[in-house]
Design a protein around this ligand. Structure first.
Ligand SMILES: Cc1ncc(C[n+]2csc(CCOP(=O)(O)OP(=O)(O)O)c2C)c(N)n1
Ligand SMILES: [Mg+2]
Length: 309
């Protein structure tokens, strides 16, 4: 979680300089969800995400060289500088893809889960999406097919109660997950927490259910989006929300809570400082690596592109 937060804070500092020419959908506030879920999965399980997936990439890969190089549009980026912040991927580490299309990676995750079941390889897929994606037709088509075929997949809704500036209550008529997903044979879990250990144990419960019943699970984790929808700044002057919930959230900041928990369980403050220093150094080195990396050659524009002629 510290790696994710530091990487995001570094982006906040660098982004105004306009060297990172990609829209930024920040993960600050979301760290506990991603850390808890990814920790509960095995390294060979697969994940897919959205345009808001800095945290997911960092949790699944723990690397920052190719991450930052991608932000700077460099040839050493995880997608050779062609994807930017919204289409991060690391297939060899199990992050299959992210998509800027709301709901876009959900049916792709179903395909991966179907393939895993077909191959009987024991891999599980976890697909991350926002509360807004549940309004997409493709979400319900996927829920139906995964329920029908009993595919090994976890649906992880990162619910910040917002789609851009619009609250969930003004967009959705459905609100009873258990009833709704129950009719598709899908068990539901819900937590409103910034404690990664609770997210971890909830995900473990879901995985046990998945493995014992061969049926998918839907997990809703609530979190508070601290920054604007896209960009690196706060937006309490935009007129759709007040600063008050942000002040309340600061006391529940997952980073603050987890640090307190570590100290209370007897971890020495020096040990925490050492870990933080190591991560700070990793990020500094990666920024240098990314800045020094070359831009891709113009011919790169034609590589990895499907065409029909
Ligand atoms: C199919 C599609 N419709 C609309 C958009 C524009 N759009 C981008 S993000 C967004 C809000 C999505 O909200 P949510 O799924 O809750 O994710 P969050 O940004 O809150 O993480 C919308 C409508 C899009 N990218 N794709
Ligand atoms: Mg949302």
């Amino acid at each position: 979680m510290f790696l994710i937060r530091r990487a995001e804070e570094t982006i906040q500092k660098i982004y105004p300089g306009d060297e990172m020419k990609t829209p930024m959908h920040m993960s600050i506030g979301e760290e506990a969800i991603v850390a808890g879920v990814v920790k509960a999965l095995t390294p060979h399980d697969q994940v897919l995400g959205t345009y808001r997936s800095h945290a997911l990439y960092l949790a699944k890969t723990r690397e920052t060289n190719h991450f930052f190089a991608e932000m700077f549009g460099k040839a050493d980026g995880c997608a050779r500088g062609k994807a930017g912040s919204m289409h991060l991927s690391a297939p060899d580490k199990g992050l299959l893809c992210c998509s800027a299309i709301v709901g876009g990676s959900i049916p792709v995750a179903m395909g991966a889960a179907f393939a895993n079941k077909y191959k009987n390889n024991g891999k599980c897929v976890a697909v991350f999406f926002g509360d807004g994606a549940m309004e997409e037709g493709v979400f319900w088509e996927t829920i139906n097919f995964c329920g029908l075929k009993r595919l090994p997949i976890l649906f992880i809704c990162e619910d910040n109660g917002l789609a851009i500036h619009t609250s969930r209550e003004t967009r959705q008529v459905f609100n009873d997950d258990e009833k709704l997903f129950g009719s598709f044979g899908i068990k539901t879990f819900e937590e409103n927490t910034s404690d990664p250990e609770i997210v971890y144990s909830t995900t473990k419960k879901a995985l046990n259910h998945l493995r014992s019943t061969n049926s998918p699970c839907f997990l809703r984790f609530h979190y508070y989006r601290c920054l604007e929808h896209v960009g690196v700044n706060e937006d309490f002057d935009a007129g759709y929300r007040s600063r008050q919930p942000f002040i309340a959230w600061q006391a529940k900041d997952p980073l603050v809570i987890q640090k307190e928990k570590l100290l209370n369980t007897g971890v020495h403050p020096d040990a925490i400082c050492k870990m933080e220093d190591k991560i700070n150094k990793q990020i500094e080195d990666s920024i240098r690596f990314a800045k020094d990396a070359p831009f891709p050659d113009t011919t790169e524009a034609y590589n990895g592109v499907f065409s029909c002629v």
